[in-house]
Write a protein that binds this ligand. Structure first.
Ligand code: ATP
Length: 606
């Protein structure tokens, strides 16, 4: 029985694989392991440990490095402030004095474990390990998880524990691709996995390497590995690559890639990593049942958050929060919104072999759009997108030449979207394909070399927990003042909300409250000392009516190197977050626009 195979045998294979350079040798050794240690062709128990990121039979462990660190500290009975406990907690800085293993949690943990575990293997079998990992994933609290970890520690040596930790973190760093592992296992394994995302099924169906498996099509209820996009540098390159094809350019939405599987009233929301996101069910299932006009189908698209008060999509990252708020019945002006850009299955048949153009037609018939909740992404050729939530530019267009692609790209990034995806309208939808039927075009970003000290000039009300209070800020840069004077005007720069604790946020809001002024748009203009564009994104709920009373925030961010016309300052930021509140700095010490531009150009090497 494979399962009676000792885990130490698998560890030898993993260690050897990691050290060996030659891909052929790695594959040959893997084959030998399969033949010698899985004699009854029961491959799944071992393969799920070799490809832990593809195994969906077990739930998640709920153990990322930091929780794993504290659980191991408890399992080893160490004091939390002992040097070894601190090495685990500060694993990013490195375990040993030299910091040689910095950033590799498993290696830092091995250093600590080596001092406490013997070198002799405890004799753990693959079956026992799988049983204990099942217990680890089903245990509900950290205490239970700690118990499982201490059992594992008793049954292993430090080398074996290193591999177990890597299995728990789902990254073995073997230096051999998943594709090679699949290919060595069975020539049809990758194909079958791509359309089922079911490792157990692949291991069970393909026991005989010499027997080919008939190509299987996709099924409702089984996640499919998504078609992906290849990056190109510019519109001209995209146009050249799709030479002679009919081309559609679509906005690249920055949400969660979600496949919706509908089978009557049974709805699944599969992520790109084929996890079933049941947390979307509360807010979305009924909408899907009512507005998808076919009993069985698979839609491909993006889950985003639509802000009904601002009439636009909220920035990336709030999906889970909004899904929870919907489940808990909390009132919010934000709601989940699904944008379907493709359809893969319709009625009783897979439609991935039809052209994108044909699939668009099916999509049009199957989905009844619902403003800001359920949208379809179809080319805007004749007012099809008339249902689109107001204020947004066109989301999709059939391009006639490279210039049109370029113009569309510029327009979408002005709207602060992620970029565009250019697609061949005659192409099939192919699971896991990144060969270039879809091309993505994104603006370049550089990392801001240092923190940016910006001034709070406005505030936006929050929702949910932060409802009714300012929870995000519009921040500005100073117009460079003449020497020895203070700045007189501030240029709006970006909106930032994350990074502060609740207490820190409350302290800032309390200090600024006396200076917050509500403005009625479009009747009132923002205060004259602020330079803003007319874009709706620059309309905070309140303005700070005297900059000299305001507060400096240090923010960190990636910077988009394509100039923006939306916010007044040149260049856009991506994922800005507040690093800290600079009560120690006076309002006039705010970064000025000129210095900011110099900073971007020096980071950009231009
Ligand atoms: P990125 O970080 O650029 O999103 P990625 O590796 O996650 O890269 P890619 O395959 O390169 O994914 O880009 C395709 C992704 O873009 C999809 O997974 C999907 O989430 C997202 N996307 C947004 N809008 C579209 C669209 N209109 N068509 C296809 N994909 C889209």
């Amino acid at each position: 029985m494979t399962e009676q195979t000792k885990f130490s045998v698998l560890c030898s294979l993993l260690t050897w694989t990691q050290r060996t350079k030659s891909p052929q040798k790695k594959r040959a050794k893997f084959r030998k392991f399969l033949d010698s240690f899985c004699p009854d062709r029961n491959y799944f128990p071992a393969i799920r440990l070799i490809l832990p990121n593809l195994d969906r039979e077990r739930g998640s462990y709920g153990l990322k490095e930091s929780v794993l660190a504290t659980s191991l500290i408890d399992a080893l009975g160490m004091s939390k402030d002992s040097p070894d406990a601190l090495r685990l907690i500060n694993w990013r800085k490195g375990g040993s004095k030299t910091g040689a293993n910095a950033g590799n949690f498993a290696l830092v943990a091995t250093e600590v474990l080596q001092l406490r575990q013997g070198t002799a293997s405890g004799g753990l079998t693959i079956k026992e390990l799988n049983d204990l990992l099942d217990q680890l994933s089903s245990s509900e609290n950290r205490g239970e998880k700690t118990l499982v970890l201490s059992t594992l520690i008793q049954m292993t040596n430090a080398q074996e524990m290193k591999w177990i930790i890597m299995i728990i973190l789902k990254d073995l760093k073997l230096g051999i691709s998943e594709k090679s592992i699949f290919h060595e296992f069975h020539p049809d394994a990758e194909d079958l996995f791509n359309v089922t995302c079911d490792l157990k099924l692949v291991c069970e169906k393909l026991r005989d390497r010499n027997q080919r498996h008939k190509r299987q099509d996709i099924e409702v209820g089984k996640a499919v590995r998504p078609q992906l996009a290849k990056r190109v540098a510019n519109a001209a390159e995209a146009w050249k690559k799709l030479h002679g094809k009919e081309v559609v350019a679509e906005c690249k939405f920055d949400g969660d890639r979600i496949q919706i599987h509908k089978n009557g009233t049974e709805i699944h929301f599969f992520s790109r990593n084929f996890l079933d996101h049941s947390e979307y069910a509360h807010a979305m299932s009924e909408i899907i049942i009512q507005n998808i006009l076919v009993d069985r189908c698979i839609l491909d698209g993006e889950m985003l958050v639509w802000d009904t008060s601002l009439n636009r999509f909220a920035e990336f990252g709030s999906n889970q929060e909004i899904a929870k708020a919907a489940r808990d019945g909390l009132d919010s002006n934000r709601q989940l919104c699904y944008i379907a850009f493709d359809i893969l299955y319709f009625g009783d048949t897979s439609v991935i072999h039809q052209t994108l153009k044909e699939r668009h037609e099916i999509l049009r018939k199957v989905v009844r759009p619902l403003n800001g909740r359920l949208e379809i992404l179809l080319p805007n050729n004749g007012g099809i997108n008339s249902h689109r939530p107001s204020g947004e530019p066109c989301w999709s267009l059939i391009a006639q030449n490279a210039d049109e692609v370029e113009r569309f790209f510029k327009e979408t990034i002005e709207n602060r979207d992620e970029g565009i995806v250019v697609k061949d309208l005659s192409s099939k939808w192919e699971p896991s394909d990144r060969s270039g039927k879809w091309l993505k075009l994104k603006p370049e970003y550089v990392q801001a070399g240092s923190d940016l000290d910006v001034l709070i000039i406005g505030g936006y009300y929050g929702s949910g927990r932060h409802g009714g209070e300012v929870a995000q800020f519009l921040v500005g840069l100073a117009e460079r003042p003449s020497p020895n004077t203070h700045p007189k005007r501030f240029v709006s720069f970006c909106r930032v909300g994350t990074g502060l604790s609740d207490d820190e946020l409350e302290a800032v809001v309390t200090k600024l409250k006396p200076y917050f002024r509500k403005y009625e748009y479009p009747k009132q203009r923002p205060p004259s000392f602020y330079q803003v564009t007319n874009h709706s994104k620059e309309r905070p709920d309140v303005w700070v009516d005297s900059p000299e009373k305001s507060i400096i925030l240090s923010i960190t961010s990636d910077i988009r190197t394509i100039e923006s016309e939306v916010f007044s300052a040149p260049y856009c930021l991506r994922f800005p977050r507040i690093d800290r509140v600079r009560y120690d700095k006076a309002w006039h010490e705010c970064l000025d626009v000129q210095s900011f531009i110099e900073l971007v150009q020096s980071s950009n090497g231009t």
